[in-house]
Design a protein around this ligand. Sequence first.
Ligand code: ADP
Ligand code: MG
Length: 698
Amino acid sequence: MTTPAHPPVKALSGPQKALHKLGLVRDIDLALHLPLRYEDETRIVRLLDARDGEVVQIEGQITHSEITLRPRRQLRVTLDDGSDTCVLRFLNFYPSHQKTLGVGARLRVRGELRGGSYAGSFGREMVHPSFKLAGGELPDALTPVYSTVAGLPQAYLRRAVLGGLARADLGDTIPAPFTSPCRTQPLWNLADALQFLHHPRPDVALATLEDRSHPAWQRLKAEELLAQQLSQLQARRGRAAMRAAVLSGPALHATQACLQQQLLACLPFRLTAAQQRVCTEIEADLTKPIPMHRLLQGDVGAGKTVVAALAAARCIDAGWQCALMAPTEILAEQHFRKLVGWLEPLGITTAWLTGSQKARERREMLALIESGAAGLIVGTHAVIQDKVKFKHLALAIIDEQHRFGVAQRLALRSKMGHDEQEPHLLMMTATPIPRTLAMSYYADLDVSTLDELPPGRTPIVTKVVSEARRDEVTARIRGQLAEGRQIYWVCPLIEESESIDLVNATQTHQALSAALPGVTVGLLHSRMPPAEKKAVMSLFTSGQMGVLVSTTVIEVGVDVPNASLMVIEHAERFGLSQLHQLRGRVGRGAAASACVLLYSTGDAPRLGEMAKARLKAMLETNDGFEIARRDLEIRGPGEFLGARQSGAPLLRFADLATDTALLVWARELAPLLLDQYPELAQRHVLRWLGGKAEYLKA
Ligand code: ADP
Ligand code: MG
């Protein structure tokens, strides 16, 4: 990975270090560090004309100055501007302040004017105003206020930004014919837009700066979106170019033995048409010497695992290793068992890696991986640790990819062991990506979609039930148990307070155990040691346990087809995609399945709007794509992207919800620019992303 280009640094001063911490390294970084808000120092106001609560700049003479001790030690000075007087109060001050603020001094002061209600103070006052000597020129633009960090004073940052703005190359990289994304008016040029945003004229409508609808903002958002589209397109074309290179991605051709065919023959079911199509798409990628970069999206229960297994079989068949990484130990374990069941009969050795495993077992596994004896490696994050050395990794599969950060995905990919080569990458997710997001953040991915569930599934019936009717739910559980079915009961996880969760899950566990004599009711939560979790899970999987009470540790991917009822307690606290994921734990077999969303309003009279919208969506649709769309609507893209924030340059300026027109423009312009103006395109990407472009490939 490249780092932003900057000269070797000797000793950096405190503020310089702080600038680096903010990522403000190059002149252009400084120029693109836009103000959070502005202060109006262009005018002096007469005290008589100023309203209480207004932030104003006044100028006058100090007529009184004293240190008082009540109600606490403070410096109080009275300023007279000829129209009225005002008290300035300083709770923290140095002896030098006292001198500057001595009687007779003429000052220019800026702060919030308040009616003096504070004990011992009458008339109007300002607390901790900023001040300097009176006179001096008035600026003709608003004063920018930048986001900063400790150790980086605003004044220093302002000077740095001003310097950066003056030195940076702001030459236009968008050729004139393309500067009208919104038909109405052409974009401003970059230099003007930046100049304006850092130092707007005082008569600007501040609302247009705040909601970023001002033409200067439009230019910056357009630039940013274009940079994103360009870098993703470049990454995509970069991989395509590898096709020509001798060493690139491993081409995985089928052999005589054809493990894939053997596996297909052993499966207890036939692939759905969607699975067949997706497998063909993946296979076409695998046989090319260009590293695959594919996202497999399919609703919960759509059958992604077998697709992964078939890809793994092809890889191992061709003589290479395949690694599968899952976000939780339970899920990894389940994949491991399932894949071993499918692949070991074909003579494939599978290794298993997790953080909790015993040192001895781990050593054995590492040896299997390093020698190449293990064809398939399944595990959690443990798979990407430094100690793990693959003999010849050709395919990396990441399940529930949205649960991993960018850095982790890059780490798995770098495990191939040859600088010139990259393994094929298959990412899987049950959280489909809405179109606008797919266009912007995942423009560099090939996407395969399982849009069909395996046959014989009866749709899950969803019910929203008040907490007050808990007894009816218990009765329903009895009914299901009598039919030999199994039940999940999920309690929420509140991040701040794991202990409360525990109480919640434990109490529910006790209550259900008491209400269901003779039934094995299990408890699973995140604080349990892995071995205990495993034991509970295997009792449930084997059907010996009727009811499993759990915190959200079962959230992703668990597959127990005999489970037919999912009860979610405090459903109002869960996110929409999480609810959908949980619901997807049932309805995996032929039996009619149901999901009961128990809600409680607590002390509030009604449910909050967002919670209501989520439950409503759950009632109205079973379709993961529709759920994802509504989720985006409810939450907005920033949160929706979740884990991706760990590395991907999220959009700083543009907003996918409101800037769709600019996004479409950028998407169409990117290939044109790359083809017809490659140098401009390059300058544009460097300007905006510097060394960060690498992250976009993840
Ligand atoms: P997900 O896409 O959520 O990861 P899984 O891969 O866990 O789904 O598959 C869900 C269940 O469906 C599993 O029990 C799996 O064996 C089964 N399954 C997968 N494909 C088919 C199919 N074509 N026909 C019948 N059952 C299938
Ligand atoms: Mg899965």
